[in-house]
Design a protein around this ligand. Structure first.
Ligand code: SAM
Length: 209
């Protein structure tokens, strides 16, 4: 069911990300991203969320467990199948709509109280700015756009969060910036050694009309 694709998918994008996931039993930890937990964990009123490039679903499942209704999108059918299996095991499958899109071609319809793009990177040609502009358009009045990027891992790194904000070109009269920062995070590298990554964080809230 997660293999059903909405719209067009670029061969190169699909091939790269399918190989990325199929080559390993699990690519990610299954835990939610720390910045998401930090920014969203204190919100008392969950609503609707869109998780762009959801991968194996750690964020979507955590959001559903916090009471959010989630639309979770990825180009990889393998990643979506794993995410759906984990959501069922966590008993939140009824709160998550997993959808397969190549965001370079199609964007899920609807408006969301939270739109989250966590490490939405690709070494394959990807119209990142346009997709992030579409992400901003999908935020409800009063809702939040949260973008977290690797600042220190190539490919797909950006110098600073200000650059992302400028490129998306949000109208200052309609948005309030809540976070704009680079933050260090400890992780375990491929050889088991401790590594430090820098994340760029952009959190902007659409002003309620
Ligand atoms: C670096 S991973 C991050 C996964 C997840 N957000 C996380 O933080 O663990 C990037 C994700 O974006 C997805 N992705 C890359 N290009 C895409 C595209 N054009 N359309 C939809 N998803 C895409 C990949 O399949 C992958 O799951």
């Amino acid at each position: 069911m997660n293999g059903e694709v909405h719209g067009e998918v670029s061969d190169g994008t699909e091939r790269f990300w399918e190989e990325h996931y199929r080559g390993h039993e699990r690519r990610w930890s299954g835990r939610p991203n720390p910045v998401l937990v930090d920014v969203i964990g204190s919100l008392r009123h969950p609503g609707t969320a869109l998780d762009l490039g959801c991968g194996e679903g750690g964020d979507a499942i955590w959001l559903a467990q916090q009471g959010w209704r989630v639309t979770a999108v990825d180009v990889s059918a393998t990643a979506l199948d794993r995410a759906a299996a984990d959501a069922a095991a966590a008993d939140v499958a009824d709160r998550i709509d997993f959808r397969r899109h190549d965001l370079a071609h199609t964007f899920p319809p609807g408006a969301f109280d939270l739109v989250s793009a966590q490490y939405l990177h690709s070494p394959i040609e990807f119209p990142r700015v346009r997709v992030l502009q579409e992400a901003a358009s999908a935020v409800t009045p009063g809702g939040l756009l949260l973008i977290v990027d690797h600042a220190s891992v190539r490919p797909g790194s950006w110098v600073d969060p200000e650059e992302t904000l400028v490129l998306i070109g949000l109208s200052p009269g309609q948005w309030r910036t809540e976070r704009l920062e680079s933050r260090e995070r400890e992780a375990t590298g491929p050889n088991g050694r401790r590594v430090v990554h820098t994340d760029n964080i952009v959190a902007v809230r659409r002003l309620a009309r």
